[in-house]
Design a binder for this molecule. Structure first.
Ligand code: SIN
Length: 492
């Protein structure tokens, strides 16, 4: 018998099914709800309040009122509250991980890792929020002083994805609250429960009502339309696909809102003949199969030099044969399902197309027919840069392996994409490391390393992978306006 999600939690009050607006738990528009599905079992695990444009508007207005006082508080006051929120997240890791795994499908180990990652953004920005320094600028006139201060940008609309249901929220809400903004958040309809659990803990931490609002709903167009058109919203921050990001940017143009966009990727891993395969294989496993391949910085194209190609494919195949795809409730699961049946069908269609284009299937390659949205670890070889799969973000556990002979060919292949989020290189050659680090047209480059994300470093892309940086000291900038003050008549 399946144990209900609520019965798996030591603190049952962390499972919320109402939205959180202005410090109140709210039912949906005319009491409607939408279902949240466990992707491992295809069972409904919760029915969550379905809000729309009217509730979003009310949340924006209460956020605007709440931040009038919040922005005037001492940074230390805001920081102390954020620290308290962070501690509650850490203290409740076990329950938060179960909630996340149930709605997203990732293993409990991955969910616990994400909760730690999520908390780290709150902690980091609680500290960084105390360091919003200004400048004094020497002027050409002796009677003047130029001063620069930085101020909270205003109400922030945040739209977050299902692949990291907690960390992508705190990476946005942490800096926003730390500098004095308020947030109206629309979490993905697939994974609202992690967002609501975060809201419950923010409430317990004493974050004042109206500063962190969670609008749950399955009508992304209505909620997103309100967030992007309301004049009180000064900034939209979004993590998701490039096509949706472009729509949001176009909508934001009408009221000239600031945007931060963390969009799609098509990450290459370039592996040279001189690379240490003992380093490469675990690096590729992390970059390709973390979260079952559903990561924006997933290695999408494995570009391997001819001399090492056969050995690499052989060793990768051995490593993936040890994977065990299964539900989070099974202790031996190493990887979870994909998020939806649609995601599984999309991956399958890409694999079928690659096979039709001439690819060879080394392992996997067929969607599971059992319950749950599973797709097996798949390795494809005999690929080239003219195939559709070279240009598309796969977003699943499919390793597409290409070959190259010269350094220039590898660089050209790596940069031959409209995306520019993350890239990786494996080589023992220092000159080549520097050359690739500088010449790769990406926001992030890992040299002999694929675990590159952390709260202390800037995450973000170039080209059609987006704009803005999250995490690190730079992560505050997107939530701040620069104001120049000219102090005149100073020698009177
Ligand atoms: C993402 O997939 O966008 C987030 C990945 C990360 O933070 O490492």
């Amino acid at each position: 018998m399946t144990v209900q999600l609520i019965d798996q939690l030591s603190d049952r009050t962390l499972l919320k099914q109402q939205a959180y607006v202005n410090g109140q738990w709210l039912d949906g528009n005319a009491n409607t709800t939408f279902a949240v599905i466990d992707p491992a079992t295809e069972q409904v695990i919760a029915n969550v309040a379905n809000l729309g444009a009217a509730e979003t508007r009310a949340a924006i207005e209460s956020a605007d009122l709440a931040m009038r006082d919040w922005r005037q508080q001492a940074p230390k006051t805001r920081s102390d509250l954020l620290e308290r929120w962070c501690q509650l997240i850490v203290d409740n890791t076990a329950d938060l991980a179960i909630i996340m795994s149930a709605e997203q499908g990732k293993t409990l180990a991955e969910s616990k890792g994400e909760i730690a990652y999520s908390a780290s953004f709150i902690k980091w920005f609680a500290e960084e929020g105390k360091r919003v320094y200004g400048d004094v600028i020497p002027t050409a006139q002796t009677d003047r002083r130029g001063i620069v201060i930085k101020q909270a940008i205003g109400v922030v609309g945040a739209i977050t994805p299902w692949n990291f249901p907690s960390a992508m929220i705190t990476r946005k809400v942490g800096p926003a609250l730390a500098v004095g903004c308020a947030v109206v958040l629309k979490p993905a309809a697939e994974t609202p429960l992690s967002a609501l659990a975060l809201a419950e803990l923010a409430d317990r931490a004493g974050i004042p009502a109206g500063l962190f609002n969670v609008i749950t709903g399955d009508d992304a167009v209505a909620i997103g339309g309100e967030l992007t058109s309301h004049t009180l919203v000064k900034k939209i921050t979004f993590t998701g696909s490039t096509p949706v990001g472009k729509i949001l940017m176009a909508q934001c143009a009408q009221t000239v809102k600031r945007t931060s966009m963390e969009l799609g990727g098509n990450a290459p891993i370039v592996i040279f003949d001189d690379a240490d395969l003992d380093l490469v294989i675990p690096g590729v496993i992390n970059a390709k199969f973390r979260n079952s391949g559903q990561t924006c910085i997933s290695a999408n194209r494995l570009i391997v030099q001819e001399g090492i190609y056969a050995e690499f494919v052989k060793r990768l195949n051995i490593a993936v044969s040890e994977f065990n795809f299964g539900a989070y409730s099974q202790s031996d699961s190493t990887h979870g399902p994909l998020i939806t049946a649609k995601a599984t069908a999309n991956i399958d269609a890409k694999v079928r197309q690659a096979i039709a284009d001439g690819a060879t299937v080394v392992c996997g390659g067929k969607a599971s027919v059992a319950a749950g949205y599973y797709y097996p670890a798949t390795i494809l070889t005999h690929l080239n840069d003219t195939m559709a799969i070279f240009k598309e973000e796969i977003f699943g556990p499919v390793a597409a392996v290409y070959s190259f002979s010269t350094e220039q060919q590898a660089l050209d292949m790596a940069n031959d994409t409209v995306f520019g989020l993350a890239a990786y290189v494996y080589t023992e050659n220092m000159r080549r490391s520097w050359k690739f680090a500088e010449a790769l047209e990406y926001g992030m480059v890992g040299i002999n390393e694929t675990a590159i994300s952390a709260e202390i470093v800037p995450f973000g892309g170039v080209k059609e992978s987006g704009q803005g940086r999250e995490g690190s000291k730079y992560g505050l900038d997107d939530y701040l306006e620069i104001k120049y003050i000219c102090m005149g008549a100073m020698d009177k």
